[in-house]
Ligand binder design. Structure first.
Ligand code: NCD
Ligand code: ZN
Ligand code: ZN
Length: 419
């Protein structure tokens, strides 16, 4: 297949060229290429498929919230061609048997390519010799049970790649004790105050330095957190921590409840600046779907926001508003995630997999939760006006999504660990 006259975006430039696809891969990128099955794109913008390093596909016993099919459809319609699944499923992915079951489930159901993470708990590092997770995921907030310093240290030392949820469990516990039984507003914000994230990130940064190992820090939310980053640390930001503040949490209640919590305008400004000046490496969705009903009562609402359907749209809108460039998007959503995973994806170049997204930068729409392919029909971004969207999505040389239609079937997605 030959795509003629594409405006190809990379992190450094936009060039006009043709893309020759052979089988699953890009055979050549250049001017005046020859081939059959020609599509003339007449100058349309083309970016690499988005690689989302932080997705909770639920499934297993929580398939009522999301399963690999519904979640991967939301991703694909949103220009995402590869995702990495988090291990806090039910049951959690903390042993080799469950890891394999997860792989099998995703392989059967996902429309797009996927990686699977492994959750770190005390004494489970022995399973690592039998499996190949994308990351070992460490929850410092006790999501998978409390882990001691020894376990934390060993995980960073032994796992090929680690990703961390950085909020300190002891700070959270102290706060719960402090505010227990009191009539306080903003309970969630107070329990998971900034000091929980600061303490955790400080600890991780110093561990990476002393062990000389790199770690990926998930969903950073504070201006202050940026100060602790060092050359051993990569980090990610979510759409909601960039675009929303605790004002939205006050207005929208449970729907805007997430971990870490939404912070202040000063924090979002600092995060946007850090994204532009490359101190933040990656944008990831932290797609954390729950049922709309579960989100009704703010106090009992489980934390998490579903973003897969709309993440790219939100960022293309920022391009139209001249807040970000297309190259910023490609760097943080395609190239850097691919580099971190060691994938032949994320860049439109010879020998890479032909994962491509043709963009329509002019199309305007409004975010409507009923249109989500995700099972989670709520969003703190509901009603936002967007400009720009993915139009056609290719995965490994096949047209996978076009004109709001899924062309590939469930099961098309492949495990990136086997590529
Ligand atoms: C995530 C979830 O629902 O699984 N929730 C969230 O608020 N981000 C867990 C997590 O990412 O820590
Ligand atoms: Zn997390
Ligand atoms: Zn998450």
């Amino acid at each position: 297949m030959l795509l003629k006259n594409c405006r190809i975006v990379s992190s450094s430039k936009i060039i006009m060229a043709d893309i020759l696809i052979e089988g699953e891969k890009i055979k050549e990128v250049g001017v005046g290429l020859r081939g059959d099955e020609i599509f003339n794109l007449r100058g349309k913008l083309v970016i690499p498929g988005v690689i989302d390093l932080h997705v909770h596909m639920r499934d297993f016993s929580q398939k009522y919230k999301e399963d690999f099919t519904s979640g991967s459809k939301a991703a694909l319609a949103g220009g995402v061609t590869t995702f990495v699944d988090m291990p806090n499923s039910s049951p959690p992915v903390i042993d080799a048997k469950t890891f394999r079951r997860r792989l099998e489930e995703a392989g059967r159901k996902s429309l797009i390519d996927f990686g699977i993470n492994f959750g770190v708990v005390t004494d489970n590092s022995r399973f690592l010799k039998d499996i190949r997770p994308s990351f070992c995921k460490i929850y410092m907030d006790g999501t998978l049970g409390e882990i001691d310093d020894e376990t934390l240290r060993n995980a960073i030392r032994r796992c090929p790649k680690t990703a961390v949820h950085a909020e300190d469990i002891n700070v959270i516990k102290e706060n719960i004790e402090k505010f227990k039984g009191k009539e306080v507003s903003d309970f969630h914000l107070k329990i998971r105050g900034p000091e929980a994230e600061e303490k955790a990130i400080k600890k991780i940064a110093s561990l990476t330095a002393s062990l000389n190992k790199s770690v990926h820090i998930c969903h950073i939310s504070l201006r202050k957190s940026l100060e602790y980053l060092n050359e051993n640390v990569t980090c990610e930001v979510t759409p909601h921590h960039l675009l929303l503040t605790n004002k939205e949490l006050k207005e929208k209640g449970g729907i805007a409840k997430t971990n870490p919590p939404l912070r202040s305008q000063s924090d979002t400004n600092a995060l946007m600046g850090a994204l532009k000046n490359r101190r933040i490496d990656i944008v990831a969705s932290d797609h954390a779907p729950h049922l709309e009903d579960e989100k009704e009562d703010e106090v009992s609402a489980p934390p998490g926001i579903p973003n897969l359907d709309i993440m790219l749209k939100l960022f293309l809108t920022l391009v139209n508003k001249k807040v970000l460039t297309l190259s910023d998007i490609v760097r943080t959503m395609c190239e850097n995630p691919a580099r971190l995973l060691g994938l032949k994806k994320g860049e439109i170049k010879k020998d890479n997999y032909a994962d491509l997204v043709i963009l329509d930068l002019e199309k305007e729409s409004k975010i409507e939760v009923e249109e989500f392919y995700s099972k989670a029909k709520y969003s703190p971004f509901e009603g936002w006006r967007t400009k720009g969207c993915p139009e056609v999505v290719f995965i490994r040389g096949e047209i996978a999504f076009e004109d709001e239609d899924f062309i590939v079937k469930r099961g098309y997605g492949k495990w990136i660990g086997g590529m």
